[in-house]
Structures are given as structure tokens and as C-alpha cells.
Design a protein around this ligand. Structure first.
Ligand code: BDP
Length: 690
């Protein structure tokens, strides 16, 4: 082979084939190495956002593609085509093969530059996931207005519950160092429709509101602006005391309100399109209005007044529970917030976690959805897998997200889904706790990238099916070859349920070890706040297991609409997957299958472990089709996952058996160690622990 031909072959293999080694850096935007000629993309008008869209198309369009025309729907030539653009809103797009001046072009049009940006990415997604370049007809408008990542990044570079390295924000060297990685971050987010990012941890430090840090946030905002991404900050409620030298942060004190107004003015001078504040107040030790006898609405409205003149908003979290409240933790947020319905200013959105406890592998939907009709409610998911095996376990989260989004809040055929509740107001939002860090592949492994991707896609369109999202992600990430896409999708689709099975099946929750939350700790009972202990949640003893949330117990079921509450009140009509969340049942309880509860539980643990074994074998078979770097990392993580799945199963069974004194069902393997061994494990160095 001639030298030049050899190089060409090598280059092609590097650029597009399984050998392409970038360690996963390019995420799902794995365009080839060639760019199309500049005139393959024609832009009508000029703005930084249109330039960003055109640059992306030039990078990403396949060779020979084009011409692509980016033009506003009001452009006379586009308007003359009489295309269905009326309902596109600010961000929706239409991508169509049309004939203009006798020439066939792919038109990307919208009412606003933002729509053109999203349409450009939609075109690339379509082509990259195997879609045809002929007769293109794509159109979509998001139903949720704010699609926001929440970074739990600390100013010292550590990421709370982050398992993919340090924070990507180099706070120390900002604002001078504008790392190109920030642009790639913005591109990735824009490609899936994310339009906001909260830069710092909800467990916030007041320093993030000092001029020094505002300048750093402003530098990031400048870089993100062409990609349609607004910057938000988590605000510490006591900042007027810590930074302003006031003696109080009481929201009813005019001096406090004035301090926040001045602070907002200062931020908006540096960041004219600043999104607003995210606040965790009176939760897990954070300061808040309750410290002064004021309500969450008082606190939120005071901050809302400060950002209102600038068009900003306040995202106020409903993740509250108090050690002074003897009630079931699952009931506390509802009890605190429902009475405040209608009392929040119209630029406040109350941010509610998907479930009533805390991002567990499975939770029934939060009862606040549907219970506060006069208040916009944002839904918050956790993309980082604090409770689903950190970055090392393969758990595709779209099924978890969709399960909540699709949940019916009303019952009796009057279906109103959680997604509809979230989308019902002018101000609507979906937030995801990011799984992004300084790791070369951003999220710790290739498959974790899919959770970032799926979050964005579902925030854009909550009705998308998890399998559809998995398919388009897999095609863009590994190439649109069914020999890889089909098995990868199959692996993804069963992965989350496997984690539920081996960590806490049948509605069990909060069984993890203390602090770092790594591995099993269902026996933990000595922590000072009762609701920090796993025993609080499973309530297992010799006779049975599960939390009675019916009328004979905490009556949390009554927080749901009557038809849903009725279903949850009876173990026979409670979905099996949520059984022990709502009911305390004897170990000998007969499941619909005829098996006892205990035997069914063991079967779930075994199924979870077996599924991870399948995932490993399926991944092994894909070795020839994936580049070495990404294949090897995932293979290593799957080996970790199998070991840890067995650990979870064995430790949990050893503990349950110490309580119920029951034998394992015939054929089930005994735990590898005794309970004392599992209890003795300690991991002071586990990552992500605040
Ligand atoms: C819990 C995390 C904790 C967060 C908290 C929150 O363990 O690190 O601060 O959620 O959402 O799940 O505020």
C-alpha cells in the first residue's frame, strides 16, 4: 500500500471506526474529522447564535450534505413557502427539504434564533442516528420552558455526589481562563435542548455571590449565551448576614430585602440575562425563612422581588424535612408546602424532587404533583447516580424519569400526568442534578453520558419513550449500525430495573450505608435523626417488612388524589414495584404469583445479579464494534457492578435473614459472608461525600 493511501485508511479508521479513541470526550457529538465547505451552510441574518448553529452544522454534516439554509420564518422567501410555523413558539423549529429559487435545500427555520439552533442540532441528530438526508421533515416545540442542570459543585472544586472527577468549573482560574471545554459543554447541552445551568451546589456558600465569583459566573455566561444557556446561582439564604454584615436574614426585614435587591442589581450589571436563584432553605441544616418564623413563601417572594425588575426567577426547593417533625418524612414536604399554594409570587417556581423521599432507585411520584394547582412546580431528578451505584454501575435512567413523568396524578380515567402538571403553567421547569465532572468522558463512563442526554431530551419532550431516546443516543454514540445499536438499547432498557432488584426491590428504599451512601447498610439504626436510619424506612422485624403508609400507619396515601389514594391503600391494588413503600406485610404474605413475599424478594435480588451477568456477556460480544478505550472502561465498570450487585444482594439477605429467621428458598445461594462481615465494611474514602 502506498504511504498516502495507508495514511488515508488509518485516518478514516481513527475518525469514524471502532478505533476512534477520544476516551468518550466528544459525547454523542462524534462527527467525522472532515468539515463540509462553508457554502454548504447558508445563514440568513447574523448573530452569535446563528453563527454557533452554522459552525456546528459545518462540523457535523456528513460529507456531500447540504446545502442547508438557516433562516427565520419571517424571512420573505421562507414566509412565501407557507410552512406550519405558527405554533413553534420561541424555541421550536421546523427542518424541511424544500425548493427555493429552483434549488433543493434543507431549510432550518424558526421564529427565533434559538429555534434555529435547536433545529440545526435536530438535523444533525437525525442524520447521525441513521436518518435519511432526503425529504426531511422534522418539527418540535418544547413543552417545558426551563430545562436546567443543577451542578452540586463546590467552590473548592469538589462535586457533592459527583463521581466523575472534580468540578469542570475551574473557579480558581476563571474568569481569565476560558477553557474550550466550556464551549463543548455548551454545545452538548444545546444539542439536547438544555437552556439553563445552576453553577454551584444547593448547599451553597455565600462567597458565590461576591464580586469575585460574580465575575467568574459572568465569564461562563458569556461563553454559554450563543448556545441559549442561561446561568443561575444557588443562593445561601443567610448571605445578608455573612456578606452584608446584617444581623439578620429575616425576609420580612426591609434591610434584608434591600440587600438582596442591591445584590441582584449587581449581578445583572455583570450578567444581563442572569436566570435567577435556586434556593435550598431550611433543609438539612441550611438557613431559611423558618429560622425567623416566616414561611417558605415569604422567603421565596422576597428574593423574587429582587430579581423581578430584571426578569429573573427563583427556584425554591421543596426538599424539606425536619428532625423536630415526628411525622413520616415522606409526608413533610407536602404538609409544609401545600398550604402555601397560591401564595408564591409569579416569578417563583417550587422545585420538587420526583419522589417524596430522596432520589431512590424507585419512588412513587411526589404527592405535591397535582396538589398545588396555583403554583408552578418544577420537577427535579438526579442524573448523578448517588443511589444507583455511583458512576460505576450501568443504570439507564430514562425509564426512571419517564415512570414519574407518565404517572397519573388523578386516577379514575381523568388522567393528568406529572409531566402535564409540570407543563401546566407559563413558568415551567425540569431540573436534573448533573453527573458531569472533569473526567475525560465527562460522566465517568460512556453509558452515564446517556443519562445526561436522556434528561435533556425528556425535558424538551417528556412524552418521548425511553427506548427511542436510547436508540438515538446509541446510534450517535457508537454509530448507526444495528449490530451495536440493538444490543446496546437492550442492555440499557433492563439496566435500571436490575439496580432496583439488587439494592431494594418491591418498594424498599433508603437502604444505603451512611454518609457516602456507597453500598448496603439496611441494618443502620444508630444515627441521631430517626429518618436518617435505613431501619426507619424498611421497618423489618421477625414478623414482616415495609412502611405502613395507609390509615393504620402514617396515612401518607391520603396526600394523593382520592382515586390514587384508594389504589395505594390496599396491597392488592398497589403496584407490586411499590408494595413495601406503602405497606408493612408479613414475610409470608402471598404475592399474586403465589410465592411468599420473602421468596419473591429473594427472586428479585437474584434477578438483579443475573441481569448484571447478562450485561457483561452482552458487552463482551460487542468488543469488535467499539473502540478499545470506551470498551475497556465499560467492561471494567461492569465487572465492578457485578461484584457490587452480589455484595448488595448478599449483605441484604444476610440482614433480612437475621430478622426473619427464614431459610432461603430452595436453590438460592447463601450469602458469601456472615452479617458481621458486611457490617464491618467501611469506605471512608468513597467519592462525592460532602
Ligand atoms: C441528598 C444528598 C445530599 C443533597 C440533598 C439535596 O445526599 O448530598 O444535599 O440530597 O438534594 O440526596 O439537597
Amino acid at each position: 500500500m502506498r504511504k498516502s493511501a495507508l495514511f488515508a485508511t488509518l485516518w478514516l479508521a481513527l475518525a469514524s471506526g471502532p478505533a476512534c479513541a477520544d476516551g468518550g470526550y466528544r459525547l454523542w457529538l462524534r462527527y467525522g474529522a472532515t468539515t463540509v465547505p462553508a457554502n454548504a451552510v447558508v445563514v440568513q441574518g447574523s448573530s452569535p447564535m446563528l453563527a454557533a448553529a452554522a459552525a456546528e452544522l459545518r462540523r457535523g454534516l456528513p460529507v456531500g450534505a447540504g446545502p442547508v439554509l438557516l433562516a427565520n420564518a419571517a424571512d420573505p422567501r421562507v414566509a412565501a413557502l407557507r410552512l406550519p410555523v405558527a405554533g413553534l413558539g420561541d424555541e421550536g423549529y421546523l427542518v424541511r427539504s424544500v425548493t427555493l429559487d429552483g434549488r433543493a435545500v434543507t431549510l432550518v427555520t424558526a421564529k427565533d434564533d434559538r429555534g434555529i439552533l435547536y433545529g440545526s442540532f435536530a438535523l444533525l441528530r437525525h442524520l447521525d442516528s441513521g436518518g435519511s438526508a432526503a425529504m426531511i421533515d422534522l418539527s418540535s416545540t418544547p413543552t417545558i420552558k426551563l430545562r436546567v442542570l443543577n451542578h452540586w459543585d463546590n467552590l473548592d472544586g469538589r462535586v457533592e455526589r459527583g463521581y466523575a472527577g472534580q468540578s469542570i468549573w475551574d473557579w480558581w482560574n476563571l474568569p481569565d481562563d476560558r477553557d474550550p471545554r466550556y464551549f463543548d459543554y455548551a454545545r452538548a447541552n444545546a444539542s439536547i435542548g438544555i437552556n439553563g445551568t445552576v453553577l454551584n451546589n444547593v448547599n451553597a456558600k455565600a462567597e458565590s455571590l461576591t464580586p469575585r465569583y460574580i465575575a467568574k459566573a459572568a465569564a461562563l455566561a458569556d461563553m454559554f449565551r450563543p448556545y441559549g444557556i442561561k446561568v443561575y446561582l444557588s443562593a445561601r439564604f443567610s448571605a445578608p448576614v455573612e456578606l452584608g454584615g446584617l444581623t439578620t436574614a429575616n425576609p420580612k426585614d426591609p434591610k434584608v430585602a434591600a440587600w438582596w435587591r442591591a445584590k441582584a442589581d449587581e449581578i445583572y450589571r455583570e450578567i444581563p440575562d442572569f436566570g435567577g436563584f435556586l434556593v435550598k432553605a431550611n433543609s438539612e441544616g441550611q438557613p431559611g425563612p423558618r429560622d425567623y418564623g416566616a414561611s417558605h413563601a415569604d422567603g421565596a417572594n422576597m428574593l423574587a422581588a429582587a430579581v423581578r425588575p430584571h426578569g429573573g426567577i427563583v427556584m425554591w426547593r421543596a426538599f424539606v424535612y425536619a428532625d423536630t417533625d415526628p411525622n413520616d418524612r415522606a409526608k413533610q414536604a407536602y404538609d409544609e408546602f401545600k398550604p402555601l399554594d397560591g401564595q408564591f409570587a409569579d416569578n417563583v417556581i417550587v422545585q420538587v424532587k420526583n419522589g417524596a423521599i430522596d432520589f431512590q432507585p424507585r419512588e412513587p411520584f411526589h404527592p405535591l404533583f397535582g396538589a398545588m394547582p396555583r403554583t408552578p412546580l418544577a420537577i427535579e431528578f438526579q442524573i448523578t447516580k448517588e443511589y444507583l451505584g455511583f458512576a460505576s454501575h450501568l443504570a439507564y435512567l430514562a425509564p426512571l424519569f419517564s415512570e414519574t413523568l407518565d404517572a397519573d396524578t388523578r386516577g379514575r380515567g381523568k388522567q393528568v400526568t406529572v409531566a402535564q402538571v409540570v407543563g401546566a403553567h407559563q413558568l415551567s421547569a425540569m431540573a436534573g442534578v448533573a453527573n458531569i465532572g472533569s473526567a475525560r468522558d465527562w460522566s465517568g463512563t460512556t453509558f452515564n453520558q446517556a443519562n445526561w442526554y436522556a434528561f435533556g431530551r425528556l425535558a424538551w419532550d417528556p412524552t418521548l419513550k425511553p427506548e427511542t431516546i436510547a436508540r438515538e443516543w446509541a446510534a450517535q454514540t457508537f454509530g448507526a449500525d444495528p449490530r451495536i445499536v440493538d444490543p446496546v438499547v437492550q442492555m440499557m432498557m433492563k439496566s435500571r430495573e436490575a439496580v432496583v432488584d439488587y439494592t431494594g426491590p418491591l418498594g424498599l428504599a433508603h437502604l444505603m450505608a451512611t454518609g457516602h451512601h456507597y453500598g448496603p447498610g439496611p441494618w443502620v439504626s444508630e444515627l441521631k435523626r430517626p429518618e436518617w436510619n435505613p431501619v426507619y424506612y424498611h421497618r423489618a422485624d421477625r414478623g414482616g417488612i415495609g412502611f405502613d403508609r395507609t390509615r393504620t400507619g402514617s396515612n401518607a396515601v391520603a396526600q394523593y388524589s382520592p382515586a390514587i389514594a384508594k389504589l395505594y391503600a390496599d396491597p392488592r391494588t398497589t403496584p407490586e414495584a411499590e408494595l413495601l413503600w406503602f405497606h408493612h406485610l408479613p414475610w409470608t404474605y402471598r404475592m399474586p404469583s403465589g410465592a411468599t413475599l420473602w421468596d419473591a424478594m429473594v427472586a428479585h435480588y437474584d434477578r438483579g445479579v443475573a441481569t448484571v451477568g447478562e450485561l457483561r456477556r452482552e458487552w463482551d460480544a460487542l468488543r469488535p464494534l467499539v473502540d478499545d478505550e470506551r470498551w475497556t472502561k465499560t467492561a471494567a465498570m461492569l465487572a465492578t457492578q457485578e461484584r457490587e450487585a452480589i455484595w448488595w444482594r448478599d449483605a441484604s439477605l444476610a440482614y433480612w435473614m437475621s430478622l426473619n429467621q427464614l431459610p432461603l428458598p430452595a436453590g438460592a445461594r447463601a450469602p458469601a459472608h456472615d452479617l458481621a462481615w458486611y457490617k464491618a465494611q467501611s469506605f471512608p474514602d468513597a467519592p462525592g461525600n460532602p
